[in-house]
Design a protein around this ligand. Structure first.
Ligand code: SAM
Length: 441
């Protein structure tokens, strides 16, 4: 039996997310590791924190409308209490009386008796309507994009960016896919594990290395001993595409390798092809994660800490992955608070670095080498705009038809590049451009 109150634990984690900019997934995992909760209550805490963070912008509009005042006029801890109440009342379908009473008790225990009247009154007003009724009210005076943003629980600027990339009739499905937390996908390390080594596993749709299995990844001995890992299928597909594209023989390079998911898959594939991988990462603590991701392979790799814009290598490579730092807009379904925290500036602020990293990767290529430019963001400013700019200055580089490297994946071509989508492919929204360097400088 739990000795801690799950709603109190959820409130504490939410305070860290909204007050201290903590990542919800990390703060939640850390708190749950020491919480005195039975598995059912741990599940309740996860739903309260992840669900509240994912729909936070919607709940904030509802709270302001229900209270008839601006959110900024409330004490921040009271806003978090009301967000948790809104999630229980409007999404989890907790009985009105129970949700309001539990929120008032929590308000008394955390903020103090003086806010209980306010919390009680606003919670009741939130619960006086269903979610659909609230959404209808909030969307009523909006244009099409504004209404989609409200009904799909996204900030408007992200819906505008999606509208620039997807057919109009797919927008609703694309937003809805970000509202479902995916079950973790596992990757079987080439030469080390097969699907039969996982208990109860089912193969993923496209990647020959991917699998899903019931329970948590740590339940699987093959994951615990490093022969399998956790990796979105989209990340597996872009690494696989690089390995399948014709290239001269020679070593492989991953210039932005931390924390090492793609490097581990590439190292396995390089070994099978009789080659080896150099995995490079700028941040020392992330380079350590790369080493531990690669540790399952006794050989066939080397990991270094280096700035990819000022390369530490003095040789050239035949296959190069440059998986640049980006806004992470492609992984919104896995990062509950991310959509409300990101701003339009985040998709442009890394643009110079992304261009420099791609230039450096191309500089490191042997004649005929293939370079994969990858982002976990579908936003044009981080994908095609970067590749277009770099190619305009490099006549020796040609863009390949990247979808040819993934013939089993339908509807993934965007021009010559590949764009995966959660609602189409069940993967993160990974972008891939494959570039051939024909006569390096
Ligand atoms: C999108 S992540 C890479 C994910 C990784 N490929 C994987 O699959 O696990 C981008 C990485 O680039 C690193 N990075 C940022 N600036 C860099 C630079 N100038 N040179 C090399 N790596 C850099 C970040 O620290 C981060 O680990």
């Amino acid at each position: 039996m739990s000795r801690e109150n799950p709603r109190r634990v959820a409130f504490d984690v939410l305070r860290q997310v909204t007050g201290e900019d903590a990542y919800a997934n990390l703060a939640l995992a850390k708190r749950l590791a020491t919480a005195d909760l039975d598995p059912r209550d741990a599940g309740l805490v996860t739903e309260l924190v992840s669900g509240t963070c994912r729909l936070m912008g919607t709940y904030d509009r509802i709270i302001a409308a229900a209270a008839g005042r601006k959110l900024g006029s409330f004490q921040p801890a009271v806003v978090d209490l009301l967000r948790l109440a809104a999630h229980q009342l409007l999404t989890m379908q907790v009985k009105k009386y129970a949700a309001v009473a539990a929120t008032v008790d929590l308000a008394r225990a955390t903020v103090g008796q003086r806010v209980t009247g306010l919390v009680n009154a606003v919670s009741r007003r939130i619960g006086a309507r269903t979610m659909d009724e609230w959404l209808n009210q909030l969307a009523a005076k909006q244009d099409r994009i504004g209404a989609l943003a409200i009904r799909g629980h996204h900030p408007r600027w992200i819906v505008e960016a999606y509208a620039d990339l997807l057919p109009a009739d797919e927008l609703e499905a694309a937003l809805a896919a970000n509202n479902v937390s995916p079950h973790p996908t596992l990757v079987l390390r080439p030469s080390l594990a097969r699907i039969d080594d996982l208990v109860g596993a089912t193969a993923t749709r496209f990647s020959p290395f991917g699998a899903t299995a019931p329970g948590t990844p740590a339940d699987q001995a093959t994951v615990r001993d490093g022969r399998a890992g956790v990796q979105d299928e989209g990340s597996q597909l872009v690494a696989w595409a690089l390995s399948r594209t014709e290239a001269p023989s020679g070593p492989w390079l991953d210039t932005c390798a931390g924390p090492g998911g793609k490097a581990a898959l590439l190292a396995g594939l390089a070994r099978e092809a009789g080659s080896w991988l150099l995995a490079s990462e700028a941040q020392e603590h992330r380079a350590r994660l790369v080493r531990s991701a690669l540790a399952a392979y006794p050989d066939g790799w080397q990991a270094i800490t280096a700035d990819g814009t000022r390369p530490a290598w003095d040789r050239a490579f035949s296959r190069i992955m440059v998986d640049v730092p980006c806004s992470g807009l492609g992984a919104l379904r896995r990062r509950p608070e991310s959509r409300w925290r990101r701003t339009p500036d985040d998709v442009t602020s890394l643009g110079d670095l992304q261009r420099l990293l791609l230039h450096s990767a191309l500089d490191a290529a042997v004649d005929g080498a293939v370079v994969a430019y990858v982002t976990c963001s579908p936003h044009r400013a981080e994908t095609t705009a970067v590749v277009d700019d770099v190619l305009a200055a490099r006549p020796e580089v040609t863009r390949l038809r990247a979808a040819d490297a993934l013939p089993e994946v339908p509807d993934c071509a965007v021009g010559d590049d590949v764009q995966l989508w959660p609602h189409r492919h069940g993967t993160d929204a990974m972008f891939l451009s494959l570039l051939r360097v024909t006569s390096p400088r």
